[in-house]
Design a protein around this ligand. Sequence first.
Ligand code: AMP
Ligand code: TRP
Length: 337
Amino acid sequence: MARPRVLSGVQPTGALHLGNWLGAIRNWVGLQDSHDTFFCVVDLHAITVPHDPARLAEDTLTTAALYLACGIDPQRSTVFVQSHVAAHSELCWLLNCVTPLNWLERMIQFKEKAVKQGDNVSAGLLDYPVLMAADILLYDADLVPVGEDQKQHLELARDIAQQRINSRFGSEEAPLLRVPEPLILQDGARVMSLTDGRSKMSKSDPNEGSRITLLDPPELVTRKIKRAKTDPTMGLEFGNPERPEADNLLGLYAVLSGLGREAATAQCASMGWGTFKPLLAETVVEALRPVQERYRDLRSDPSQLQQVLELGRERAEAVASTTLQRLRDALGFYPRS
Ligand code: AMP
Ligand code: TRP
C-alpha cells in the first residue's frame, strides 16, 4: 500500500513566525515517517500582492532553509519551489476555466486582503485559491496540513476537484483528481498577535512587535514578549473570552515548553504577568535556539540548499506532469507529439 500523500506550502514573504511554525510546519515534521510528503515554497502566491523583486529569491531561500531547520528532512520529503514546476501555473489555468467567479468572491482571505490593497487588487489575488487548489491537486494529495485560516481554501479545492472536474470530466470508477482532506491540529492552530489577542499573528501586520519570527535573536524575543499586551488580572488561564491575551500566551507556553495545556495551566494559574513573561521569553528563546543554529549552518553553504531544491524539483515534476497530462487528455486537448 502506498503511503498517503501530503502536500503543504508557505509563502516566502518575510521571515516565518511562530504562527507559521506552530500552525503549519511543526505538524509537517511528524508526518514524514508515515506519509509521502511534499513541501513547497509558494513563491507564485507571494506575487499576488505587490512585491519587491529584489527580495523574492532571497526570501524563497530563507523559507526553504527554515523548512529544513524546523526538521523537514530532504531525504524523506520532497522540498521544492512552486515556480520551478511550471505545471502549477498550467493546472491553475485549466481549473480557472471551470471555477465559478462567485466561489472566489466569497473567500474571506480575499475580502480581507482586498481591503488592504485599496484600488490595487490584482486578478491574481482573487485567483489565489485556485492556484492553491492546483498545488494540492497536482500531487494527488490525501492530506493538507494547514492552519485554521486556510480551511475555506481547502473546501474550495475539494469542490473544484469533486464538482467541477471529477463529476464533469471523470467517471465514478476513475476519478481524475483526488479529493484532499485538511489536517488541522488543534494545539497552535491559531497563534494570535502579541499586541492584540483577538487578531491572528501575521506577516503582514505593520507592527513588528505583533509577531515573533523564527529568526529573531534572543534579546528581540525577550523585548517583544515584555511589551506584549496583557490585562490587569492575576493568573494565566485558557478559554476566558475576556482575556484573549492570557489564552494566547499561555497557549504558546504550553506548546513550546512541551508541558501541554493541563500542566501549563496548573503551573501558571496564580502567576502574575511579571513572573510569567520572563518564563515565556526564556521558553521561546530555548525553543528557537536549535532552529536558528541549523538555519545558520544551512545558509553558510548555499550549494547544499541548491541541491535539495534541484532534487525536489525533479521529484515534484515527475508527479505533477503525470497529473497534468491526465487533465489535458480529459479536457480534450489535441495531444502534443
Ligand atoms: P501564511 O503566513 O499566510 O503564508 O501561512 C502559512 C501557513 O501558516 C498556513 O498553513 C497558515 O495556516 C499558517 N499560519 C499563518 N499564520 C498563522 C497563525 N497566526 N496561527 C496559526 N497558523 C498560522
Ligand atoms: N495559502 C496558503 C497560506 O497562506 C499557502 C499555500 C499555497 C498552501 N498553496 C498551498 C498551503 C497548498 C497548503 C497547500 O498559508
